[in-house]
Design a protein around this ligand. Structure first.
Ligand SMILES: Nc1ncnc2c1ncn2[C@@H]1O[C@H](COP(=O)(O)OP(=O)(O)OP(=O)(O)O)[C@@H](O)[C@H]1O
Ligand SMILES: [Mg+2]
Length: 239
């Protein structure tokens, strides 16, 4: 018998949007301890809106977000980071003029204890960042900037990690590298909610998945079952 894993994130009936435009119409999902969950959906489905509402960058209109048993529905983004929630934003948001090392140190702002030790861990996980630690982040390639964005999020010692399109715009070799890193984070036991247009690769490493269509979850289940689902295959896997 497998042990029942505790949820680290629970989203219940979340409604959110922009002004009077509602982009999420009551979304519910869960992420359990040690799980990698993929969220797939077409352009404009509301994936980024969902992650931004979970991390508090967007207010929700109704519904609930629970992180490790605490209700964070109306908490500030900083509080959520302190409580263990980290998000890698869409489009590799690094501070270009700052050095790689300083970008990483900024990632620890909400939880400074053990910063130096975590810096060393990041340099082990991403050797290229170690080689270039004194260079401006803006000099890195797109793939390296994505590694830096992930490493910066990890500097806050997250207990839940949200990743928004980490492979977007990268060459195939770097896409594979990013997915290898995500697999390693999963192996380290970090629960991850992964948003990806690359549904095939995301479902290949995920435990479970959700399909989001125009602000609603329309399908969910084990990643392997979703990969075999006719609707998923024709709409998202190009089969
Ligand atoms: N800043 C904004 N102001 C108004 N509407 C927005 C804004 N950002 C997104 N939207 C709208 O909200 C809906 C959901 O967009 P969202 O960016 O969450 O989708 P997505 O699934 O992340 O898409 P993509 O795959 O392109 O990243 C879309 O209809 C979009 O046009
Ligand atoms: Mg998006």
């Amino acid at each position: 018998m497998s042990a029942i894993k505790k949820n680290v994130l629970e989203v219940e009936n979340l409604v959110a949007g922009y002004g009077r435009i509602e982009a999420l119409h009551g979304v519910s999902l869960t992420l359990a301890q040690g799980e990698l969950v993929a969220l797939v959906g077409a352009n404009g489905a509301g994936k980024t809106t969902l992650l931004r509402t979970i991390s508090g960058l967007l207010p929700c209109k109704s519904g609930q977000v629970k992180l490790l048993d605490g209700d964070i529905t109306n908490s500030s983004p900083d509080y959520r980071v302190q409580q263990g929630l980290a998000q890698v934003l869409e489009g590799r948001q690094v501070f270009g003029p700052l050095s790689i090392q300083d970008n990483l140190r900024l990632g620890a702002y909400a939880n400074r204890e053990g910063t130096d030790e975590r810096l060393q861990q990041m340099y082990e996980l991403f050797p290229v960042l170690h080689e270039k630690k004194h260079l401006a982040a803006g000099t890195l390639s797109g793939g390296q900037q994505q590694m830096l964005a992930i490493a910066r999020a990890l500097m806050s010692k997250p207990r839940v990690l949200l990743l928004d399109e980490p492979s977007m715009g990268l060459a195939p070799l770097l896409v594979r590298e990013v997915f290898r890193v995500i697999q390693r984070l999963k192996d380290q036991g970090i629960p991850i909610l992964l948003v990806e247009q690359n549904a095939r690769a995301a479902l290949a490493i995920a435990d479970r998945g959700y399909v989001l269509e125009t602000g609603k979850i329309t399908l969910s289940g084990k990643a392997a079952d979703l990969t075999n689902d006719e609707r998923v295959r024709s709409a998202y896997l190009g089969l």
